[in-house]
Design a protein. Sequence first.
Length: 595
Amino acid sequence: MKKIIMILMASMTVSVMHGQVAKWLIPPAYNSVHMAVGADLIVTDSADTKALWSLTGRRIASTRNQIFPFVDGMAVSTTRGSGQIAGLFDVRGRFISLTNCNVAHGYPYFSDGQLLVQEGYYFRFVDTKGKIAEGKYTKAYPFSNGYASCFTYKNLLKNKNPYYLLLNTNYEQVPFSFNGKSIEDDDIDFISSVNDEGIAFIISKGKVFSFNIKDMNLSPVMANKSEADLKKQAKIEQDLSSFLLKENDSISVLYAKCGKTDIVEVRFDAFLVPLSIKNSDGEYVYKKKEKPTRTFSSPLKILEEDGAYGIYWEDQEMLPPQFDKVMTCYEDKAFVKLNGKCGVLKIYPDEELRVSINKDNPVNFRHQKFETTIRVDLPKMISANHSRIEVDPESGCDIDLPSCEKKDTEFGNYLQYKCVLNIPQTLPDEMYGDSRNQITYPVSILYDRLVSPEIPVKIKAWHHKYFNVDVNESDISIDQGVLTFVFNIQADRYPDEAVYPITASLQSDALLWDLEKLSETRYKCKVWNISEGTNNIVIQVKEQGCPPASFQFDVTYAKPAPKTSTKPAKKENIVIKKKPKPVVPVSTPTPHLDI
């Protein structure tokens, strides 16, 4: 087993903060957008124009006509408001024009690689290459399970010699025979379509047969399964032109008589596909294949908050709530509505927006404000020219918007601003190496009409208090318990550094005091109620807008004592001694072990 040991040493720097990236595959400019049915394509619709897009966001086709769902890799396109077929689209967006063709039976879809169309008076079949087969039929139904039921005339010019036929996908007529005898075309009165169990029904000379495409055999339809007398085979006794009765707009029923009293009923859908058969044994409903339903799996999750919608990648926020709606997610793509228009976003969880302040170096606050820069590094897919930055104004970071520098380079894109950081009032004057020296600035990046998640940019900082306080020993006096002393404030300024106004005060719970300002850096202090022994005095010096600097002094006072027989007289005495700053413990992160 391999062990990897990572030791995290205390550091004065903080790593660059990151935010994840999304990009428009299809810009939000459309009335609707959705995945195509039957193909890995995206469909948009706007201003009466439909467009097909690849999953990489490439527009591969557009039309003002209607586009129906894809079947067998092809989609039928019809002139809007009519059943006239304009042509066919394949999954690569290539268009095949068709002329003089209309939708047949309201079914503008391929089946078994064939499309049934109506060309003038005749029905014809078109393959996926747009080639129209030679056969012409006065009646025909779409292919079903590899076969199509058709009716035509051997002499089309004079409509003579009508016959039914069952075509396979090679446009070959299926031959029928029973008990070793072929059934002639003239003897067939009806052929249905083939259902999902491979069953069709045929009427020959008034007798009803079932046809099974698995063994290509005809079986007589009887009153029940046990019946073997062919004299009781289901027959059509009425006029053959009216044996198929409409039950409703989508169901037709074939009634056939078995013997004198038994009736067989076969129900068909609108395309003559057998649905059920009913006889003395009861009713048998033919099984239908379950059409696979497409599910759109995705690691993306939709977040709704106060009527706005955002996107998560599993448990990581990718885009905060900003959309009118997130309709659906598929793989790494989100179908969204923004400002009333629809588009498609692609999420890039491995691409990042990198934000840094002060070039990731610790900030040494000498005064209330610290001038530096804030920079955002963008992946190459996002142009800096369409990006900007926002920082919460309450965070203490003020951005100089006109100073923005934007560049797109071959190595990556970035934007950078000058900014001013305001010192937090709780910032210590020592580097502890923990959260006490950490300042967080919530940053958001706006790009391509998107708002990134709030990025908490963390920096290390401390307050460099560049002044010191000392008490002049020659100016210390005590008189009947009243202390008077003078202290000086020294400032370690840079040669060209401006002079900032400061104030001084005395901090003590038990003593009364008064300060007299002798100059900007020199104060005279008078203190009452000095107790015998050690007294604590804190002198605070504060620059405007900055945390105060505290300097502690121990004041040791001895009261006067008269002369006694054993001790000489003692004058009152005072000593002021500056206390050193305590040693600051620096925290070191615990080593982390990964196994």
